[in-house]
Write a protein that binds this ligand. Structure first.
Ligand SMILES: *[C@@H]1O[C@H](CO)[C@@H](O)[C@H](O)[C@H]1NC(C)=O
Ligand SMILES: *[C@@H]1O[C@H](CO)[C@@H](O)[C@H](O)[C@H]1NC(C)=O
Length: 271
């Protein structure tokens, strides 16, 4: 996703650490996902135990994603608590760190599109800033300004594809029932082949945000619905776990169960 210009300008007001980023830059489709250790492969004999999710790694993503044939998925949802951020392990208390957490369709294998909605969060000198956004590839992300978000809020994210080029994002504060609904139009068709729950270390142009220590983010009530009307959980058929690895160091690890995706911060120094 993109760096929020308003949060950035606030955070940079007193920061002498960073030069202003040069341009807004798409990040989600540049996540490099590599297979590091699939746990299930097709075999001619029955496996001894049920295969678990395939394990992938990405430089900027951690979480879980489902992969299925095209035209499988219709919607994806998950609920998270906006984290009380800490500086990166070993990082300065007066520093700036960030990340985002989102649900999306088609972030993994679809080359033509990606639709997502989520929360961006930034730590700056003991202040935590957060905002909700939507994004459709390759357009810039759009902040949801009709709704503010605070650390500690329980936020439900739901993204529904209403056709292969249109969707609806609903961001709801479950703590008080306030919600915002945003219509999204994609310039190119969705594949509807992936649903994902992701914590991201986002980039702005070529600048990679120092990853904030978010502790643990758990997407609860995580599920996707299919176009045929069934509900599937993140550990179902086609599930992948995505761990974040930068420069050979694991920054975040992920796990999933029937209706949860859990992402644990490990480290993010050096940067
Ligand atoms: C961080 O906040 C403290 C207390 O408000 C302030 O004295 C200090 O100048 C701030 N540091 C930066 C880099 O803005
Ligand atoms: C979300 O709801 C909680 C509980 O009512 C409230 O404290 C919080 O301020 C709400 N967040 C926003 C951004 O309105």
């Amino acid at each position: 996703m993109f760096f929020s210009a308003s949060l950035l300008s606030y955070a940079l007001l007193a920061s002498t650490v960073l030069a202003a980023p040069s341009s807004r830059g798409k990040t989600s489709k540049t996540a490099t996902i590599t297979t590091t250790g699939p746990t299930s492969t097709a075999t001619s004999s029955p496996p001894l135990s049920a295969p678990g999710p395939a394990i992938l790694s990405s430089n900027i993503w951690a979480g879980a994603g489902m992969e299925s044939p095209e035209n499988t998925y219709q919607s994806v949802t998950g609920t998270l608590v906006v984290p009380h951020l800490q500086p990166a392990t070993g990082g300065a208390i007066e520093g700036i760190y960030g990340g985002s957490a989102w649900v999306g369709l088609d972030g993994m294998t679809c080359q033509t599109s990606l639709m997502a909605t989520g929360i961006q969060f930034i730590y700056f000198n003991q202040t935590i800033l957060a905002n909700a956004w939507t994004e459709v590839y390759p357009n810039p992300s759009v902040d949801i300004t009709s709704m503010t978000v605070n650390a500690g809020d329980t936020i439900k994210l739901t993204l529904t594809a209403t056709s292969t080029t249109t969707g609806t994002a609903v961001v709801e504060n479950l703590s008080n029932g306030q919600s915002s609904t945003v219509d999204i139009t994609s310039p190119s068709p969705l594949c509807l082949a992936n649903a994902e729950w992701i914590v991201e270390d986002f980039e702005e142009g070529t600048f990679l945000m120092p990853f904030a220590n978010f502790g643990t983010i758990t997407f609860t009530d995580a599920s996707a619905t299919t176009r045929s009307g069934s509900t599937v959980g993140p550990s179902g058929d086609g599930s992948h776990i995505i761990n974040m690895v930068q420069s050979g160091r694991q920054f975040a690890s992920a796990s999933c169960a029937a209706s949860t995706v859990t992402v644990d911060y490990l480290t993010s120094i050096p940067f």
